[in-house]
Design a protein around this ligand. Structure first.
Ligand code: IDP
Ligand code: MG
Length: 150
């Protein structure tokens, strides 16, 4: 079972779409194993997006992610990393399929509503930036056998 990090970004928070974003991931079958509301500071933003340092959009990206409180959550499920990325949609909402979060609610790449880790390796790193191991909760749901074959 994989775990992956999602962020409900400032634009989704300000637009009142946090519930919609989380609900879509939940309805996919994913299980919430960690969640918090926080306001990222510049140091944390630069760490989270460190891979993009030096790119032309980096400063704007940091400004964007620290511009409002966000929700950070860890979702668990079969192939959770890929499942979340597919539910979120392509980076640029212009290219995101309808039915994806970005495809249904987004207009511009710099306001694309949600973050999802792009690999298992990055998911592990990103989760540890936002959550301590005590803040992640392992539990069973009775419904899981109707979502997961074995
Ligand atoms: P991802 O969020 O789909 O994984 P990344 O390429 O990792 O996309 O980029 C991280 C974030 O940086 C994007 O979600 C978006 O907010 C922002 N971003 C990426 N490329 C651009 C760009 O060309 N212009 C403005 N912002 C960008
Ligand atoms: Mg990315």
């Amino acid at each position: 079972m994989e775990r992956t990090l999602i962020l409900v970004k400032p634009d989704a928070m300000q637009r009142g779409l946090a519930g919609e974003v989380i609900s879509r991931l939940e309805r996919r079958g994913l299980k919430i194993v960690g969640m918090k509301l926080l306001h990222m500071d510049e140091t944390m933003a630069k760490k989270h997006y460190g891979i993009h340092e030096g790119k032309p959009f980096f400063n704007d990206l940091v400004e964007y992610i620290i511009s409002s409180p966000i929700i950070a959550a860890v979702f668990e499920g079969t192939k959770a990393v890929e499942l979340v990325r597919n539910t979120v949609g392509a980076t640029n909402p212009l290219d995101s399929a309808m039915g994806t979060i970005r495809g249904d609610f987004g207009m511009e790449i710099g306001r694309n509503l949600v973050h999802g880790s792009d690999s298992l390796e990055n998911a592990e790193k990103e989760i540890s930036l936002f959550f301590s191991s005590q803040e992640l909760v392992s539990y069973d749901r009775d419904i899981d056998r109707w979502i997961i074959e074995s």
